[in-house]
Design a protein around this ligand. Structure first.
Ligand code: NDP
Length: 313
């Protein structure tokens, strides 16, 4: 299938759960498909989930990588083409073409954007400098580093409090700093954290800087109520302040909301005909593995229907 001027019927950008699901459905429907992934292996955010996955229907796994492996086994049977370590530098939605950072151009009948989200950063002095020197990336994976240390977790959502509870069993003290007074985490986490003897909250505070010499020694906080500064001594810092969509290259090309999420209709089609978006990058309301895989199927079926209507398949 596929006329000579096209490299594929469908190009999918991103090999997380949404992209993998879309790929499986495209191949199932007989659409020639190439999937591009900027990282060296498929999986997207699943590669960075170190806690058990319990809310994906029918499967419970010890962590994200285990679920990724199951998805990849299912995907591998269909054998769609996958290019790893292939980052997209440019996109032309009208032409439905992409250019990789190595300069290769590919054109398809339809594009599916499944670029997901990435962790938001504080963007304060010391955050970058102390990565691996006290600024940790995961409570689960790096809890041993917190043994008998003072820890500061930044954020008030599920991720901040889930990690706080894990670290509190190892640390001498965990401070949770949150910019608002209300926590946004689910009750299951907040109730445990509020009653934990090792956990102390610093609400209505913002982090100005992470300080130290060769490693983290303190965090500078400012009270949003009083404007007063406080230097809180700590050796370990974990930032969990939500996520932001990976959609920079789409700015000005397709419609995004004010936070950069891609706007789509019920077929997962963007403002540019033939360009679809799926998974977390187009779902600020319910970013879950279930919705990611579901929207992958929706986009593939919508593309198939649209190409069939124009006699292109
Ligand atoms: P959330 O978006 O739920 O929460 C982000 C928190 O960070 C909010 O309290 C927010 O405060 C705060 N914040 C945002 N920006 C800043 C900033 N610049 N400076 C300081 N604080 C800031 O994100 P999470 O990372 O907690 O979770 C992401 C998703 O993953 C959610 O859907 C969550 O439910 C899910 N998750 C699920 C888990 C599970 O099922 N076990 C575990 C962990 C996460 P404010 O309210 O003021 O904006």
């Amino acid at each position: 299938m596929g006329k000579k001027s096209f490299d594929a019927d469908v190009i999918i950008i991103g090999a997380g759960p949404a992209g993998l699901s879309a790929a499986i459905w495209c191949v199932e429907l007989g659409l020639e498909t190439i999937i591009f992934e900027k990282e060296a292996e498929p999986g997207g955010q699943l590669l960075r989930i170190f806690n058990p996955i319990k809310n994906y229907l029918g499967l419970e796994t010890a962590n994200g990588r285990e679920l990724r492996d199951i998805f990849v086994r299912s995907y591998a049977k269909r054998k769609p083409a996958m290019r790893l370590s292939a980052e997209i530098a440019e996109m032309d939605p009208a032409a439905r073409s992409i250019v990789t950072t190595s300069g290769d151009r590919f054109t398809a009948r339809a594009l599916i954007i499944a670029t997901g989200v990435r962790r938001r950063r504080l963007n304060v002095p010391g955050e970058e400098k102390f990565i691996g020197k006290g600024v940790i990336d995961s409570g689960t994976n790096e809890k041993q580093k917190a043994r008998n240390k003072r820890v500061i977790v930044v954020g008030g959502g599920d991720a901040a409090l889930e990690n706080t509870l894990i670290l509190a069993d190892f640390a001498s003290k965990v401070y949770v700093t949150h910019r608002r007074s209300e926590l946004t985490a689910r009750a299951k986490f907040t109730e445990k954290a509020l009653n934990h003897p090792n956990i102390e909250f610093r609400r209505e505070t913002v982090v100005n800087a992470i300080k130290g010499g060769s490693k983290v020694e303190a965090v500078e906080l400012t009270s949003v109520k009083t404007g007063k500064n406080e230097e809180l001594a700590a050796e370990i810092v974990l930032v969990r302040i939500g996520v932001e969509p990976t959609t920079e290259i789409l700015k000005g090309l397709i419609d995004l909301d004010s936070k950069g999420y891609i706007l789509i209709n019920s077929n997962c089609e963007t403002s540019s005909p033939g360009v679809y978006a799926i998974g977390d990058a187009a779902n600020p309301i319910a970013p879950t593995i279930s919705t990611a895989t579901g929207t992958g199927a929706t986009a593939a079926k919508a593309i198939f229907g649209s190409l069939r209507d124009t006699n292109d398949v």
